[in-house]
Ligand binder design. Structure first.
Ligand code: ADP
Ligand code: MG
Length: 374
């Protein structure tokens, strides 16, 4: 299976710039996900690969074939690209049987009748629907329709599979099952896959690598583990998983440890920081709720970082408790398996558990969280 290379890809609609100089390369057989909030340019990127949109500038190559090169005026039509595509809406032809839906792309490619029948059965076998060839789409469940759409994308053995939010129309339980099933299928087929979603859990569960997008930019490209544990920007930490952001100012910067006085509550914390920050610099400390430990106010001697706080609310969510605690004038979220904590408590965390950002630009919803007054 070929690799996909996207270079300096830009797209403007009228005067609105939607993609700005986007670069990424997807390896052979890789499951690569474009993740970001609605409107950030995920579908536009995918549609440029598919040939459904013409980029304003840039180059896209798949294997040895150049799909688009704006400078050299190269533009292959969607049919010439041999890609399989599945949309959120499935886009099945409602009046045709499952078999007829799958036959359509084969007819366009002038595949003979016997070969059509063989390939249709094979593709439906892959998605576990060989028995339902003669149904029409409205006689199928949402999950089955989604599988038919996938079979139709696979029936002509495409070089690359493009999936635009294919699970978004399924209910939560079915979506999780479909996720595991899709991952197994993709691994079995070994097909290079570009997947678009705004669902961070889906991206983490499915992908070999994720590109986090925001406003037409790529904020970070990395494995799910890298994206979650080492977010390159506060905006990535805010978008993938839950995260607390504490404002502060650098008081000292030693070997691998930065000492920060928090604006809220005035506590001093120490954070293991890869990049040194100058004394006096305003910074944002980011800590995920599960990396904070709630300890009784009198039982936490010896911890490096200890913040005096007060519990506001406690919610039971089955596997653990979620506490909202008050730190200065703000609310901090904590996950804990400890029950029965109330009143004054301390939050403890290891220096390695927190991340430090110098340019503390946060997306609006994270800014809201930070400024959530008690
Ligand atoms: N054909 C179009 N004409 C004008 N604006 C468009 C068109 N398609 C998309 N856009 C705009 O481009 C931005 C990115 O859209 P899209 O790539 O669909 O985002 P996403 O898939 O990440 O939700 C949005 O602001 C959207 O309104
Ligand atoms: Mg979209």
């Amino acid at each position: 299976m070929p690799d996909v290379s996207v270079q300096q890809l830009s797209k403007t609609f009228g005067t609105t710039s939607v993609l700005e100089q986007v670069d990424f390369t997807i390896g052979d057989g890789e499951f690569f996900t474009l993740l970001g909030p609605s409107g950030c340019g995920k579908s536009t990127t995918l549609n440029c690969i598919a040939g459904l949109e013409r980029p304003t500038s840039g180059r896209i190559t798949v294997g040895d074939t150049t799909f688009v090169d704006v400078d050299r005026k190269v533009f292959l039509s969607p049919e010439e690209r041999n890609l399989g595509m599945v949309f959120q809406s499935y886009a099945l032809w409602p009046h045709m049987t499952v078999a007829a839906n799958l036959a359509m792309p084969l007819k366009i490619r002038k595949v003979g009748r016997d070969e059509q029948a063989r390939r249709i059965t094979e593709a439906l076998d892959k998605v576990g629907l060989a028995q339902l060839q003669d149904r029409i789409p409205h006689q199928l469940s949402g999950g089955q329709q989604q599988r038919v759409a996938l079979a139709r994308a696979l029936v002509y053995s495409p070089g690359v599979l493009l999936l635009d939010e294919p699970l978004s129309n399924l209910d939560a339980k079915l979506r999780e099952q479909a996720r595991a099933w899709l991952k197994r299928l993709q691994e079995d087929l070994g097909i290079t896959t570009v997947y678009v979603t705004h669902d961070q859990d889906e991206a983490l569960a499915l992908s070999d690598r994720i590109a986090v997008m925001s406003g037409g930019d790529m904020l970070q490209i990395g494995s799910p583990h890298e994206i979650y544990e080492q977010p390159a920007a506060a905006a990535v930490a805010a978008f993938v998983g839950r995260c607390n952001f504490l404002r502060g100012r650098v008081e000292a910067c030693g070997s691998g440890t930065t000492t920060i006085r928090l604006a809220d509550g005035g506590d001093v914390v120490r954070v293991a920081a890869a990049t040194p920050a100058p004394v006096g610099q305003d910074v944002t400390v980011a800590i995920r709720p599960e990396k904070l430990e709630v300890v009784p106010a009198d039982g936490a001697a010896g911890a490096v970082n200890l913040l005096g706080t007060q519990i506001l609310t406690r919610s039971y969510v089955g596997s653990h408790y979620e506490y909202d605690v008050r730190l200065g004038d703000h609310v901090v979220q904590v996950e804990s398996t400890r029950d029965g904590l109330s009143g004054r408590v301390c939050l403890a965390f290891a220096p390695e558990a927190a991340l430090l950002y110098l340019d503390a630009a946060l997306p609006a919803d994270a800014e809201d969280l930070l400024t959530l007054q008690v």
